[in-house]
Design a binder for this molecule. Sequence first.
Ligand code: AMP
Ligand code: GLY
Length: 434
Amino acid sequence: MAISSTHSHFLPPLRRVLIVGSGGREQALAWALGRNPEIATVWIAPGNGGTQGKAIALVETDTDALVTFCRDKSIDLVVVGPEAPLAAGVADVLRAAEIKVFGPSAAGAQLEASKAWAKRLMRDAGVPTARYWVVNSEIEAITVLREVNRPLVVKADGLAAGKGVIVAESIAEAEEAIHDAFQGRFGTAGLHLILEERLQGPEVSVFALCDGQRMILLPPVQDHKRLYEGDRGPNTGGMGAYAPVPLLDDNALGHVEALILQPTLMTLRQRGIDYRGVIYAGLIITEIGPQVIEFNCRFGDPECQTLMPLLGPELGDVLYACAIGRLDLAPPLTVSSRSSACVVAVADGYPDAPRKGDAIQSVFQTDETHQLFHAGTQRDKNGQLTAVGGRVLAVVAQGDDFDSAFAAAYSGMADINFTGITYRRDIGHQVRSS
Ligand code: AMP
Ligand code: GLY
């Protein structure tokens, strides 16, 4: 991809960017923005072991420190990666300080931070989604379950770090999940529950970059949420991904935009929410068409790592245009037609009790089509890279087809080692022939 001047003459120059967050998603965003030669510096607060040099030791929700940093460094644009600072109102505080932010207000972040709120919004917007019940006590929940007489999906209402959903296989399992939730298994996030009909079909993640009233969609991505090969085992943050998803061609993606994402953005607007950031629609492609199982207020992780290498250097200007509510001024975002493959390496014991502190050895060579994005890594005082738990890193590669992209990603993963390194060998099984 030619990297030349990508700047839109309708937008002010974008030179200095701050990314908030510490995951692979944030490193991938920083990497993608760094490909624009007009952006002089991309800082990450607080970053991880792969972002040294650019990392700023700030707490994601420390708004005073963030405002001070942005003023000191004359930051042109802040991109907030994770949901927690968005739900805590970090974007609101930065905007009040006249700093440009890509990321919704706390009101907009309720799309992810309260599943009950999001479900009501979907109902008002006419968005296709599973039937549901909001319950506030164990007795109420068990009554619904007995009436429906099917194993329902049990969801904590609030943020639960990706662990607040139990897809019950039986009524007994659903009852146990309900009991555990009201016993505090999800903390305060589980004091209100959503019970939802279980949908059947493949899952796809779709991302809309929004400026409050306009949007552009990125290529659809398929995540692999389960820990074990064959899509079995506990749910995780995501074990790997690929894009674009052939199942959702341009025509189908157009329908998702018209039937799901546009009505959602318009309904947010009707509620007085000027949503400037990502709407992430988690979809299940059912027999009767795509239905929403969740909305998130941010990029997916590892979907972001998978997508960023496919996007052109105009991305920074596009995010800036969203931040100022003027997507109409953004240059067209170029999207590569190549296939992108992402494999995540996690620590032994993840997701319950990941092993920590193992040294990472790597001879991985990054280049135009091979990327290594860190997540749970740190450098110790001698500069040694160590795994510090959870999802440790992701290898991403692009190719002319999925077979070559995954072959390159797995060969890259073979260049990395740490005690207990664990990754699925079947990421992309849906689109690989080998
Ligand atoms: P969520 O945090 O809402 O994305 O849920 C985590 C995972 O649970 C999803 O990725 C799906 O695999 C599964 N899930 C959530 N809701 C449903 C549903 N209504 N039907 C089937 N599976 C679901
Ligand atoms: N990969 C799923 C998520 O970011 O929520």
